[in-house]
Design a protein around this ligand. Structure first.
Ligand code: GLN
Length: 487
């Protein structure tokens, strides 16, 4: 039954026609999840979900049809990356450190989805503390690519992307600090968006790098991403960095067919300087060409500080991470094994901190170094200055163009184990996504083709700050038009 549906509209039509009820659908999803080998879910919220489904059933009995104005996500099964808290539900961040952590409150993003009628099926696998590009850093094992099981789904929201593509939920939440929503969306062939920094509350999001972290929706269509964003966006008094901008109805906005005619598309020279896998290069170019046939103008732009972005990110992100992760000391947060080591403070700390995996440790060490007195000015402060230059590159480009298009990643989904021994190789997978986080801009990945092995390729669309609505409208026009012409 589940496989009849892959977007919100289809499910709501089925509810309206009484072809299936929220309870039946939710049960079907759990059956499918339990039979799946993808390792996408870390924790299932079966009882909680069935209660929500029951409520959705009751609402439908009362109203007959889905009341979109009050419950735009009524009975829609979603998955949540295990970095967002849900009261009473284990939240691990895919780390041994938080293996048994039960948070006492729910993230605002999740609360808002639930208030709109969504059903939370469970918590999704990820790279430990959202550090990674392949989902191989999970303490609970890697997530498999939805269609090519020897490949990674991308990270760090790999569980979210695989779950959506394999239809283990209709939509999911991920988080994007340097590309972690867009990269797995691209590798798995779905849509994933990182909104403008501050659009979705970070309250209840376990912090990795606070000045970069942003919650983002993943779904099969641009329209569904817009629907989730509609529900989640908006100021939250519990997050001082959440924006106080006017409420926008993204779903309505994208319906007003956005004309690609006369759209000014920026093509950054620095993003096409070689090193792209041939399939990625040709797919992105044919997408650009298609936009041109629709009347868009391709304008080459320069983002000259792009070459510093990965280095800058790996100073700023690890510095913030080393500070954010200091709370996991087995006293304030973290597993505490009663042991005689407790009698010796140094032993106690050693034992506690060794619960982290290798990548997390590597970053804490790097971050502690770059923040240490004597090195702070040379590394952290310098990186913040270059971050500003990267922002200014975009500011300048957006004076001339409406949107910037590029590949999401230089390659398609790689083999499990292929890059684990070389962290630098792994870091380069995010070369096109990282600058966007450093500048705080909105961006998304939308499918634009496949390589010769059938692996999906994502087109990266970057908008100016607060241009989320327009970006979604352009993506929607692309998704609809390009698909018609390219199967
Ligand atoms: N791959 C990047 C990293 O490991 C980005 C992660 C993310 O966006 N959470 O830091």
């Amino acid at each position: 039954m589940v496989d009849l549906y892959n977007n919100i509209k289809q499910i709501h039509e089925a509810y309206n026609k009484k072809l299936i009820s929220p309870i039946e659908l939710t049960k079907d999803y759990f059956q499918k999840i339990k039979a799946s080998k993808h390792n996408a879910y870390l924790t299932l919220c079966e009882e909680r979900a069935m209660q929500q489904a029951k409520k959705a059933d009751q609402i439908l009995v009362q109203t007959g049809q889905v009341p979109h104005d009050r419950f735009p996500l009524l009975g829609i099964p979603i998955g949540i990356k295990d970095v967002l808290t849900i009261e009473g539900v284990r939240t691990t961040c895919a780390s041994r450190m938080l293996e048994h952590y039960i948070p006492p409150y729910t993230a605002t993003s999740v609360l808002r989805l639930e208030a709109a009628g969504a059903i939370v099926l469970g918590k999704l696998n990820m790279d430990e503390f959202a550090m990674g590009s392949s989902n191989e850093n999970s303490a609970f094992g890697p997530v498999l690519h939805p269609t090519h099981h020897d490949r990674v789904p991308g990270g760090s929201s790999g569980g979210s992307a695989t779950a959506v593509k394999a239809n283990l939920c209709i939509a999911a939440l991920g988080t994007d600090t340097g590309g972690s929503v867009r990269l797995p969306a691209s590798y798995c062939g779905i849509v994933g968006m990182k909104p403008t920094y501050g659009t979705i509350s970070r309250f209840g999001l376990v912090a990795f790098a606070s000045s970069l972290d942003q919650v983002g929706p993943l779904a099969n269509t641009v329209e569904d991403v817009a629907k989730l964003l509609d529900v989640m966006a908006g100021h939250d008094p519990s997050d001082s960095t959440s924006l106080r901008t006017q409420k926008i109805n993204y779903t309505d906005l994208i319906q007003t067919k956005y004309d690609l005619k006369n759209l000014k598309i920026g093509v950054p020279n620095e993003y096409f300087m070689g090193g792209l896998q041939p399939g990625v290069d040709s797919s992105v170019h044919s997408a650009l060409k298609w936009c041109e046939t629709q009347g868009a103008k391709l304008i080459s732009v320069n983002l000259p500080h792009t070459k510093y972005a990965v280095a800058v990110y790996y100073i700023i992100a690890v510095s913030e991470a080393s500070s954010n992760l200091a709370r996991y000391d087995s006293v304030r947060f973290g597993v505490r094994y009663p042991d005689k080591a407790e009698q010796d403070l140094v032993e106690f700390y050693k034992k506690a901190r060794s619960l982290f995996g290798a990548e997390v440790k590597r970053r804490i060490i790097l971050g502690t170094f770059s923040l240490s007195s004597g090195y702070y000015d040379a590394y952290y402060k310098r990186a913040c200055q270059v971050r500003r230059l990267i922002q200014q590159d975009f500011d300048k480009a957006f004076k001339e163009v409406d949107v910037i298009l590029s590949p999401v990643s230089p390659t398609t989904a790689f083999k499990i184990g292929e890059k684990t021994s070389d962290p630098l190789q792994m870091y380069l997978m995010d070369i096109f996504t990282i600058p966007v986080n450093l500048a705080g801009l909105p961006a998304l990945s939308v499918p634009c083709g496949k390589d010769n092995e059938g692996l999906p390729i994502g087109l990266h669309m970057i908008g100016p700050a607060f241009g989320d609505g327009k970006l979604l409208a352009i993506a929607n026009a692309f998704e609809k038009g390009f698909r018609i012409n390219h199967g």
